[in-house]
Design a protein around this ligand. Structure first.
Ligand code: NDP
Length: 444
């Protein structure tokens, strides 16, 4: 049996009931085959892959808090510190009822390669809880965040592990967590990113993942003889990534015609009204059914359906496994030119293969959505310097990083005879740096 297959089989055996983690490991290892085969003897002796798929450590803890009725609630908290061979662990905190250890491990594993691709010194980690901030009062969210941080603060630090936002964790949650960290540890340091601007946050961090997605997509299009201007774009999600992806796409001259949340989706043939979307989601924290009040000519549909709309570019920006094989077929049938993942692992493996086989340009999340973590690393630099950079300075660094990521993965794909396979290119480029660092640091 090949080394890759052997390691994958062991991962499944040792980590049962973690399908998302298996899926992430399989996708990465499959596309690393040419690199692994070229170095098989050395990597086997060093057990490099076995070390790569086993987190450095993982924490699972109780998070008790009191709701507005005086009832004690109990959630489960997680932090997985996956790999710190190129820098302190870095990765977001997801607050969503679907969170379990397997999901956090898949996200932490992906984060290793994503962070490496940014070219910045950050390792891979991820955390979160099955707490659902939706429908909770501010006081309840604060009570949860304080309890969560009371435990988490034992494991993190500005040079150790620096969490950030993710699904369900925005500026409000980061603020409550930062306050609790400071209170318990009596130290003011850049232990979290995505902070408010008045206490160490970076300008452009809010926009970074969505903007970065568009910078990379634009570069991919350019290198393949196309341009964002004039294109019709379908976006899923209506959270942080989706909103700022839509905003930047429209700034680049494209028309975004869809967005969605977990209940339904909107089609606006005149182009999504970003200000309305921001007000609904960022200010009112309401559902997308409200969109029609702002744009009476738009359509609201219950359930899924974004990928049935005719578009040139599809940007899945909601969650994992939200673009299936039947969606990929609909996109191809409608003449879709490119898919770039704003979310982590939103496209299933068979859908990815179908899109690639049918000539659709496909940018995987670990490259396409790396702008968020890259800007988080820029926030860490500003915190260490005790300085803040202007919006333009951060945005221009972000753009440079995203363009660079695209060329790195394009080159890596070409080096291994996989021209145009940006999934392989991203995994190879991300892996090479981490592998070199792990080998240089000995068995640890
Ligand atoms: P938000 O919580 O701001 O928004 C998530 C959006 O996706 C919401 O519209 C939400 O709808 C929808 N959604 C979430 N879960 C589901 C589900 N199970 N089915 C259908 N829709 C769902 O999160 P972000 O925008 O921050 O994150 C979106 C994706 O991007 C995630 O995969 C995240 O890991 C990834 N990402 C985020 C980064 C960041 O900087 N924020 C960085 C890199 C990647 P509803 O409100 O109904 O739940």
């Amino acid at each position: 049996m090949s080394y890759v297959d052997q390691v994958y089989e062991n991962v499944v055996k040792k980590n049962p009931a973690e399908p998302e983690f298996h899926q992430a490991v399989k996708e990465v290892l499959d596309s690393l085959r040419p690199v692994i085969e070229a170095n098989e003897e050395k990597y086997r002796r060093e057990a490099l892959l076995e070390r790569l798929v086993e987190p450095d450590r993982q924490f699972k803890f109780r998070v008790p808090w009191v709701d507005d009725q005086g009832q004690v609630q109990v959630n489960t908290g997680y932090r997985v510190q996956f790999n710190n061979s190129i820098g302190p662990y870095k990765g977001g905190l997801r607050l969503h009822p679907s969170v379990n250890l397997g999901i956090i491990k898949f996200l932490g594993f992906e984060q290793i390669f994503k962070n490496s691709l940014t070219g910045l010194p950050i390792g891979g980690g991820k955390g979160g809880s099955d707490f659902d901030p939706k429908g909770k009062s501010d006081r309840e969210v604060m009570a949860f965040c304080q309890s969560f941080m009371t435990e988490l603060c034992k494991y993190i630090g500005a040079d150790t592990d620096v969490p950030a936002g993710d699904i369900g964790t925005g500026a409000r949650e980061i603020g409550y967590m930062f306050g609790q960290y400071k209170k318990i540890k009596s130290v003011y340091e850049g232990v979290l990113t995505g902070k408010g601007l008045s206490y160490g946050g970076s300008l452009a961090r809010t926009e970074a993942t969505g903007y970065g997605l568009l910078y990379l997509t634009q570069e991919m299009l350019k290198c393949n003889g196309h341009d964002m201007a004039g294109k019709t774009v379908a976006i899923s999600g209506s959270g942080n990534v989706a909103i700022y992806a839509a905003q930047k796409a429209q700034q680049m001259g494209a028309k975004v015609v869809t967005c969605s949340d977990s209940n339904g989706w909107v089609y606006d043939s005149e182009g999504i009204d970003i200000d309305a979307l921001k007000e609904i989601k960022e200010v009112k924290r309401a559902r997308l059914t409200e969109y029609k009040n702002y744009r009476p000519n738009s359509e609201y549909h219950e359930g899924r359906g974004v990928w049935t709309v005719k578009c040139d570019i599809a940007l899945p920006c909601a969650t994992q496994n939200e673009l299936f094989i039947e969606d990929a077929k609909a996109l191809v049938a409608n003449g879709c030119l490119a898919v770039a993942e704003g979310a982590n692992m939103p496209t299933t493996m068979d859908a990815t293969e179908y899109l690639q086989k049918n000539g659709v340009l496909f940018a995987p999340g670990k490259a396409a959505n790396a702008g968020g973590v890259a800007t988080s690393a820029l926030e860490m630099s500003q915190n260490s310097e005790r300085l803040s950079w202007t919006f333009e300075e951060v945005d221009s660094k972000l753009k440079g990083i995203m363009v660079n990521i695209f060329h790195n993965l394009d080159d890596a794909a070409k080096r291994y005879g996989k021209e145009g396979d940006y999934v392989a290119g991203a995994n190879i480029a991300g892996f090479e740096k981490v592998a070199e660092a792990m080998l240089a640091q000995g068995v640890c």
